[in-house]
Design a protein around this ligand. Sequence first.
Ligand SMILES: *[C@@H]1O[C@H](CO)[C@@H](O)[C@H](O)[C@H]1NC(C)=O
Ligand SMILES: *[C@@H]1O[C@H](CO)[C@@H](O)[C@H](O)[C@H]1NC(C)=O
Ligand SMILES: *[C@@H]1O[C@H](CO)[C@@H](O)[C@H](O)[C@H]1NC(C)=O
Ligand SMILES: *[C@@H]1O[C@H](CO)[C@@H](O)[C@H](O)[C@H]1NC(C)=O
Length: 464
Amino acid sequence: MSIINLNLKDLLEFLTHHSCCSVMYLAFFMCLVLILLCFVMNKRSSCKVYLKDFACYKPPPSQKCSKELLMKQVRRMGYIPEEMLDFMKIIMEGCGLGDSTYLPEIFFKESYYNPSMKNSTREVEMAIFGSVDMLLAKTDVKSEDIGILIVNCCIYNPVPSLSSIVINHYKLRENIISYNLSGMGCSAGLVAIGLAKQLLQVHHNSYALIVSTESITGNCYVGKDRSKFFINCLFRAGGAAILLSNRPSDHKHSKYQLVHTIHTNTSTSDQCYHSIFREEDNAGIVGVTINKHLVATAIATIERNIITLGYLILPMQEKVVYIARKLLPSKTLSLNNIPNFRKAIDHFLPHVGGKVVLDQLQKTLGFSEDNMEASRMTLFRYGNTSSSSIWYELAYVEAKGRVKRGNRVWQMAFGSGFKCQSVIWRAIKTVDHDDYNPWADEIVGFPVILEDIETDPFSFVPSK
Ligand SMILES: *[C@@H]1O[C@H](CO)[C@@H](O)[C@H](O)[C@H]1NC(C)=O
Ligand SMILES: *[C@@H]1O[C@H](CO)[C@@H](O)[C@H](O)[C@H]1NC(C)=O
Ligand SMILES: *[C@@H]1O[C@H](CO)[C@@H](O)[C@H](O)[C@H]1NC(C)=O
Ligand SMILES: *[C@@H]1O[C@H](CO)[C@@H](O)[C@H](O)[C@H]1NC(C)=O
């Protein structure tokens, strides 16, 4: 402190009494001090975290399900009340899903909808083992080298846990640090990245395996409450496995470096807390209620997240503009307040949610149709696969050959709570073609042109 005081005093003296030359000396000296300071801070700061690689599960073609086929299966299995079928059809038409998303086996193999634990376990195991096998094959990492394991699955939580299933199947080592994140919705995948990052600060020379998936099998809503019906329409099977590393030697062999993780939640607000809620309807049937405040809640939470992110990544000029706008009187947080992110980000990958959510986000952030392509195509091809959807999106831009060395990637996930997480990655290298990519054999067919159906599926009267 005293050094700085002294410097300031000197500076004043210089400015008043000395020639321009001395001022330059002083400036030079100050720069040196600054550089030294940065160096020291950098030394003390956390160790680097790399994304070595990731893999997305692609279910077998036998589980592909067009909207028409889904309606047919639903009628055949008879688990959805007759009067809800029209409503289901309307939602499905405007939700942005295409005709090749995947549903779990139970919808094809059984005549009745009577899901067992075994059926649900089978679904998650297919996604978990499918993606982890691929990841291990891709990266040549041995299962005994994995020191940290985080599995996230919102709605299906067996005992022993999903992380135990992974440890048992891959015979991971005994001292593995493992977590099961449950009930944390679509944003859990990035919550897991944030958790892994923190663990990697204290466990050096480690690999962290993260598995993000969701289970639909046992969670179809079979009642008549419209606000619980979206899960049946948008939600599809999928999963992803991600390998993080803090081994310095992995710098060369990794795809991305983790730059920022920003977590925001608005769970203290009752309205936000209730916006996505698993509960029973009046007839005692369990389902996930999505209430009409969802979009507003989502935007408000996302906005907070973005503001924090903005301070971290925006170029100085944008920051100044942004702060100036904020200081203007009578300015509440409004959508026009959002700074221009296109200057700081090369690939924007928001959770697919649904068409309405994506439309809103695009409007709010001022991203172009091109910027939204990965999300819209993922929604179209794979549906809302919950926490793993952002990985299908990243795979999409990679398959398109768009990820160049130094590019900045912004993955954003949001979901019940309400929570919003952003993660910023920097590409360490230009990503090459890769046969394991879930889009590899079909990427030339994308982007498809989507019909612009104006829908407002949230305009129903909520259950209470
Ligand atoms: C679902 O579970 C039941 C009971 O465990 C089993 O008999 C059936 O084969 C399973 N179906 C599928 C598609 O896994
Ligand atoms: C995960 O869940 C299983 C049982 O469901 C439990 O035994 C284990 O301790 C849990 N692990 C963590 C890290 O919470
Ligand atoms: C909720 O957000 C606050 C900051 O906005 C953060 O400090 C806190 O850790 C978050 N909690 C969870 C559970 O994410
Ligand atoms: C996407 O799927 C998840 C499943 O966990 C669900 O919670 C979320 O509400 C869905 N999004 C929309 C917009 O329906």
